[in-house]
Design a protein around this ligand. Structure first.
Ligand code: AMP
Ligand code: GLY
Length: 430
């Protein structure tokens, strides 16, 4: 194990899903990594680092841990701590100031924390997106008028974070009006929906691009496509993501250059112009409308399960790159990507994304030899058990999507737990 030889940097990863296992897996391979901690982590991360039981929004406790373990780099997985201002907390604390925290400032995190903020940012910097307006209970009638002027289906988005549930796509005008009212006046999604963004429906294939930036320069990570619905043929409820493929075949070099020119560069320049400190990942959700890429959303972190295909395709030392973000060497490092395709299949608990049981014993993990097993919702309780809706992601590499998927599906059969479910059509549309 090469990372056991040269040791110098202590790293803390915040989060406990498949994305954080993928980060931990990659960082543990870096010759620059000394001690690796994951809070709270899962059964998989504890095999390559040390899990610690700290709430990721308890900044004082994180501070105490960072100081006691001499952590030099903190990588934030999910959006919550970022939107809550963990970057600013570190910057404003004289003991934490020198610790490198990978993520945007609280203001930058508004790109994900407020749909209205994101839309205004895009409008200000001429970044292509659906046309929109924002409404509250004080101008509800104008909201109804705006809906009447649009064509079905109607897209209603709670302004704030709503755990991935805040976007409604509705076919009937009257129903859209009723939902708008429920969102702004009856707090259907709590405070998150006291403001609602209504936007034009865009029709096309979705893909995501990922950027890593130090606020000055940026690197474009591999593209990926995720499968959000629980059911095959993209039916049923939205989930966090049931599988992913990288790269996305229709996003060829010319298309990616267009995305870079029309979306990525204006985004980075816009952050600079607006004096928004941003040192971390930007996840841009795009829709391809007749060859024109338009932004559906910004996220201020890596995606999950997109990270489980994007991160393993990076062949450069990720920790070295992350270190460069705060020591001024970021632009000097190359980002190397394998040409091989990566696919991941998510095994989930019966009932997910609704209610599900946890604590089911998982068997067969050790028999998987053709895929990387990234744990998501798992816990080691004497043996590995389920501990979440999304349980395990199985990432495979090959020369083609079909060959990689065949490996992931073969691995999916080898793992058993009570209530195991996965989509068997991931990637079939590509
Ligand atoms: P968001 O949380 O903004 O990414 O929205 C969740 C999902 O809703 C997206 O992944 C899209 O599938 C869909 N969606 C959001 N905005 C639009 C839009 N303007 N037109 C069509 N679909 C949309
Ligand atoms: N897989 C979508 C997300 O992470 O938001």
């Amino acid at each position: 194990m090469p990372w056991k030889t040269i040791k110098n940097m202590n790293v803390l990863i915040l989060g406990g899903g498949g994305r954080e296992h993928a980060f931990a897996w990659k960082i543990a391979q870096s010759s620059d990594c000394n001690k690796l901690f994951i809070a709270p982590g899962n059964a998989g991360t504890n095999e390559i680092g040390t899990n610690i039981n700290i709430n990721i929004n308890d900044f004082e406790n994180i501070k105490a841990f960072v100081l006691s373990e001499k952590i030099e780099l903190v990588l934030v997985g999910p959006e919550d701590p970022l939107v809550n201002g963990i970057y600013d907390f570190f910057q404003n604390d004289h003991q934490l100031k020198e610790v490198s925290l990978i993520g945007p400032s609280k203001k930058g995190a508004q790109l994900e924390g407020s749909k209205k903020f994101a839309k205004e940012f895009m409008a200000r910097h001429n970044i292509p997106t659906a046309k929109y307006q924002a409404f509250t209970k004080d101008n509800l009638q104008e909201g109804y008028d705006f809906l009447e002027a649009l064509k079905a289906p109607y897209v209603l988005k709670a302004d704030g974070l709503a755990g991935g549930k805040g976007v409604l796509i509705i076919d009937q005008l009257e129903e859209a009006k009723a939902e708008l009212k429920a969102m702004v006046t009856n707090s259907k999604f709590g405070k998150a929906s006291s403001t609602v963004v209504i936007e034009e429906f865009l029709s096309g294939i979705e893909l995501s691009v990922f950027i890593l930036t130090d606020g000055e320069s940026y690197k474009v990570l591999p593209s990926a496509k995720d499968y959000k619905r629980i059911g095959e043929g993209n039916t049923g409820l939205n989930t966090g993501g049931m599988g992913a493929v990288s790269p996305v075949p229709f996003a060829d070099r010319f298309y990616l250059e267009k995305i870079e020119r029309e979306i990525i560069t204006p985004t980075i320049d816009g952050l600079k112009q607006d004096n928004i400190t941003y040192k971390g990942f930007i996840f841009i959700g795009l829709i391809n409308v007749k060859g024109e890429p338009k932004v559906i959303e910004y996220n201020v972190r890596m995606g999950d399960p997109e990270a489980e295909v994007v991160i393993p395709r990076i062949t450069s030392d990720l920790l070295n790159l992350l270190k460069g973000i705060n020591n001024g060497t970021f632009s000097e490092h190359d980002l190397e990507i394998t040409d091989e395709v990566a696919t991941t299949i998510m095994l989930v608990s019966k009932g997910y994304p609704g209610a599900y049981e946890i604590g089911k014993e998982i068997s067969g993990i050790e028999t998987v030899n053709n895929s990387i097993v990234f744990h998501a919702g798992t816990k080691n309780d004497g043996c590995v058990k389920t501990n979440g809706g999304r349980v395990i992601a199985l990432t495979s590499f090959a020369e083609t999507i079909d060959l990689a998927l065949a490996k992931s599906f073969d691995s999916a059969k080898k793992i058993s737990f009570d209530g195991k479910y996965y989509r068997k059509d991931i990637g079939s549309d590509l």
